[in-house]
Structure formats: C-alpha cells, structure tokens
Design a protein around this ligand. Structure first.
Ligand code: 6PG
Length: 255
C-alpha cells in the first residue's frame, strides 16, 4: 500500500463481522503475549453488534483471553446504561453479559451523569489510572474499533465540532446537533491516534459516498483525522460500502 491505511474488502456484513471478530482475537492474543493484557476500545452504533456476537460464542469466545482483557468505549450517548440507544447497552447485550470478563475490567463512559463534562473528566482519570499514564500523557490502547457515519463522523467526533481540534483532553462532552442523541461523550483524536491498532468497520451502500470521499478523494472528514502515530490503521469494508472505490484501493478481494 502507498503508506495509507490497509483497506480490506469483504463480501458483505456477515463477512465483515467474521473478519473483524478474527482480527480482534488476533490482536488480543498478540497483546497478551507481548504485554500480559489486551486493552480494547469498543465502537458503538449498529455495525459492530454482529462482530461482538461472534466474540460471545465458540470458537472465538474460547480463544479470547477474557481474564486479561480490559474494555473501554470510544463514545457514549448521554443516556442510562440500560437505554436502548446506549452503546454500552448494545455491547453488554451482544457480548459483555455472555463472556467471563471481570466486571472491574469493563470501563464504561457514564452517559447517565447529570454533568457530562464531569463524566468526561472522570473517564480521563479512569484512563490515566488504567494505563498509569504520566500527567499529560496518553493511554496506548492495543486496539481501537471505530465506525463511520454517513457524514464521515467517527466515535462522536462530528464535522464542524470543536472537539475535532481538541489536543489536550482525551475525553470530552459534545453536543452534536445532527446526531440522533445530540448529547454525547467521546474520546478525542489524541488517545485514538496513540493506539497500537485502529480498525474501522464500515458496511452498507449508504456509506459508499463517505468511504469514497475519505479513501479516494482525500476529503478531510472527521474519520480522515484518524491517523495512528505509530500504530496500524485498517479499514474493513464490505463490497456495498466500497462500491465507489477504484479496485487499486482495495488490499484484499473478498474471500
Ligand atoms: C455512535 C457511534 C458512531 C457510529 C457511526 C456508525 O455512537 O453512533 O460511535 O460513531 O460508529 O455513527 O454507526 P452505524 O454502525 O450504526 O452505521
């Protein structure tokens, strides 16, 4: 590849979930072998749900070292954790309630907080504690999962948001007027870009224009600002989402 992200083309949403789940297990096994633990940031929205469901059942559920895994979230809607639109709720129902991960190793963003700014600050403290980060330092997640919206947003970093320019705070509260649930908590780019591995999961024809704008036309959408400092960046896209990309932009043909 030309130094840009690896783009892995898969046939459809089911193949994307298979590829993503396997990539997560591979990253987990490698991280635990190298450092004794695996820290993953889960993405919200609908796309990752099928991936999480595959991790919750054999064979992958038995391969992932849950007792060494630490789970974080990239963003959260400001709703209670049992709300249908909560990213934590989706991950809990699809995965976390079904695998033997110690509860104290699941670090959710407190979307229910009365004061979202305070919740953002609390989560930043949580990250600093979990990674023993020196003051002003950044956590180094082993893997960050991300989705992308039709407008090219990722996590809850939306076009035009002041959060796109945040360079100091690792977690902020945002008001995304265009979003279904506008009040959100989100990681900012610095902790995302400090990760060892970043994987985008993008599926569906409705994403094709944003994928083309991003990966072919170089349009500076928020998702384009995900550029790992020294980690790897992989886009796993299905054929429908990649339908406007030229063939030379795809690293793997669908299996
Ligand atoms: C959220 C997500 C968001 C999501 C994209 C894609 O809270 O909504 O963090 O960034 O990944 O909007 O969502 P879909 O997977 O539902 O298309």
């Amino acid at each position: 590849m030309d130094g840009g992200p690896e783009v892995r083309l898969v046939a459809d949403a089911a193949a994307l979930a298979d590829a993503a789940a396997q990539a997560i297990v591979d990253a987990a096994v490698e991280s635990v072998a190298e450092r004794g633990r695996f820290s993953i940031v889960l993405a919200g929205g609908a796309t990752p749900r099928a991936t999480y469901m595959r991790l919750a059942v054999p064979p992958l559920a038995e391969r992932l070292p849950w007792d060494r895994t630490w789970v974080f979230f990239g963003d959260e809607r400001c709703v209670p954790p049992d709300h249908a639109e909560s990213n934590y709720h989706m991950a809990y129902e699809a995965l976390l309630s079904k695998v033997p991960i110690p509860g104290e190793r699941v670090f959710r963003l407190r979307g229910e907080a009365e004061d979202p700014e305070a919740a953002a600050t609390d989560y930043a403290r949580t990250l600093a504690g979990a990674f023993a980060t020196p003051r002003g330092g950044l956590p180094r997640f082993d893997l960050v999962l991300l989705g992308m919206g039709l407008d090219g947003h990722t996590a809850s970093l939306f076009p035009g948001s002041p959060a796109l320019k945040e360079v100091f705070r690792p977690v902020v509260a945002v008001h995304a007027a265009a979003a279904v649930l506008p009040q959100r908590l989100t990681l900012t780019f610095p902790p995302i870009n400090a990760a060892a591995r970043i994987i985008f999961l993008v599926s569906g024809a409705e994403k094709a224009k944003a994928v083309k704008a991003m990966l072919r036309d170089g349009v500076a959408l928020p998702a384009a600002m995900v550029r790992p400092l020294d980690g790897t960046l992989t886009w796993i896209v299905d054929r429908a989402a990649a339908s406007l990309l030229p063939p030379d932009r795809l690293a793997h043909s669908p299996r």
